[in-house]
Write a protein that binds this ligand. Sequence first.
Ligand code: C2E
Ligand code: CA
Ligand code: CA
Length: 764
Amino acid sequence: MTAPASVEEPSPVPPARRPGPAGRQLIVGLASLQILAVAVVTARVATGGPPSTAGWAAVAPVVVVTAIDCAVAAWRLRDGRPGQWPTSVAWSLLAVAHLLLGVALVTGGPPIATVAFVPLSGLAVIMLHRRVPRWVPGHWWDALVVLLGSFAVVGAALAAVRPGGPAPSGLPAPTALAALACLALAGAALASRRSRPVVWWVAGGFATVAVGEALQGAADAGSHPGLPQLLTAVGFSLVGVAALTEADTRSGRPDAAGAGAARGADRRRAVPAGLPARALSWAFGAAALLVVGARLAGVPVAMGSALVAWAAIGVLLVRGAVTIIRGRTFADDRTDRLTGLASREAISEALAGEGAVRGDVPPGADDGAGRTDRVALLLADIDGFDEINVALGREAGDAVLTEVGARLKGVLRPPQLLARLGGDEFAVLLPGAGTEPATRVATALREALTPPLDVDGTRLTVQATVGVATCVLPRGRPEDLLRQADAAVHRAKSTGSGVAVYDPAKDGAGAQRLHRIDELRAALERGNLVVHLQPQVDLGTGRIVGCEALARWWHPDDGVLLPGAFLPLAAHSGLLRPVAAVILDRALEACATWWPRHRVVVSVNLTADDLMDPGLTDRITGGLDRHALPPSALCVELVEDALVADPDAAAALLRRLQGMGVVVALDDFGTGYSSLAYLRDLPFDEVKLDRVFGADLRRRRTMTIVAHTVAMAHALGLRVVAEGVEDAAAARTLADMGCDVGQGLLFGAATAPDAFLARLEASG
Ligand code: C2E
Ligand code: CA
Ligand code: CA
């Protein structure tokens, strides 16, 4: 078995494991035996064999051969990878169930074999799905409706054909067999388009046996002699064929009987994700209504069936109510309203599903249903779409998106899935595609847009930039593909190449950044953004007179992150305001814990963005009110950069704050270009000497600058805070030069508010 060398590299696709000649002969031999057994039953029926109970022994060989088929499948899958063990167990259970039944049919006893058949097979049918599908609540509702609805209908139909009583044939009762088929059907709905063809074969087998058994009831009444046996034999054979298909699929070359149909079945399900589950649930919901309606209309429908039908309708109603309460309709969470294509939710779900299903396919192999262990995702972004919107209006923009969607769709074939993610972004999921085929599709998508579009008589030329990301399962994470394709689009746009394939070396940083932005958003919601407080000490008395609130992010994996690691991200992703709001609130919240006893001011850093925020004053007054603090408990620190954008507006805002009583400080003083002009024009209460001076006081020139700055600030009526005070000598020198307050590691690093409060309380 060859494992692919890297997530990106396309590798040839060798079959994972072929059965040796002996294994293949065994499978072919069993298939022949199965056909022979059915042929014998057919011959008996054709020659008018006895339709009596004793005739059922004729079906026994078919059942025994099926048991052997299942055992072979279990044996061939025994060393499957961890996710596959349920399949092997499922076939073992089916083998045991059929063997017991076959023996019972021949010997005419014991009934326990017949009774055991149903739970054993039921468990097997569930396990055949291999693993629990991803938790999508809607799917579970749908599956429940399918289970109840199908069972109500089948129960009613069976009761009409055969009015109960023990099964004379020795086979399980038709209702129980039908329940097995319904269970498989519901499982298929749950797995949606991800269900495996074998499940359908097994379900079909049980359904056929159930029909045969039901007809046997009618045959008892004198009609259809022989036909029930034939149907029963065919039904069991379908289960056998499923087992042989599975046994041979391990080789990557499915057996001729199953392969074509299996592949066909897979294609049929490869429609937009979720459609089969929803369609099935509506269909069986409607069927349940029919059953209930029939009973109400006086048709003799068994009470049990009617109750189950009512339950199905109830579940359907609850599901509808839940969806409506959430403010969504069935269609609009998975269908894009504008274009009718799949939505972002649908494609995310499909990607997660790819991970679950393809994770079962051995690396580098084709699982026999045309699926390989690869997945590709393309992200197409229309170039300059905003300009179209602005120039022609939103309606024209919508028309362009609809037409682009239609053109892109024209290039694709099922199971390729096209979705609109929102705005002008389209995504295409290419199951089974490696990098090369995906790039070919990307080029085809671009070419499809080449002919000009006609929007309300205006001819428009539209181009798209496409990012390609692929991964090899089970190691690759399909969930990451959207982000990776997005990073590739960005690179393609910046280089103008039109198409780019995701390359961790080139796009990794970008993808990592996007990931961090998502995490930051979550941190805001979960309250993982906090402040740490650094003391500011009166250089004359040594008492704490203030503290600076410094933003910290408690990252679940990376520990405490400093502002340099996330404030630039926040600035680029429009998160600066929510971050600033949280920091302000946290700072005031902390200050409120000591303010009644210690008049220690808390300083908060503002950015240029804060100054442009028309709601800033309200945010500050609101925060002060909420925490019952006077404005004098708060100091806002501003760096010169924040003032450059609009000095007049900044001056007006600072005056307003100062008028309220808030302290205003000029931060990082001495590192900018025009500090003196700001000191002249703007109303400050405090200057904070940048830490480059505090750390460099042994140089005469530094001392001269500091001494003159302090003198100038005092002459202007400003307090001077020296930052970066790291040792006692520096603190002494600063105090001697008349500096008022010191901040730095000598007095303490920033700590969590609790620790800061404890220190304040200890200092008395
Ligand atoms: P800043 O306003 O100059 O804050 C002081 C920085 O110097 C803090 O770094 C602090 O931990 C560090 N520091 C304190 N004492 C010493 C010392 O003795 N020696 C040295 N070398 N450094 C010391 P931090 O927390 O990494 O913050 C860096 C910058 O990030 C801050 O510089 C400020 O501009 C910005 N920032 C921090 N928190 C916030 C916030 O809540 N909002 C905004 N807008 N900016 C913030
Ligand atoms: Ca500061
Ligand atoms: Ca500073």
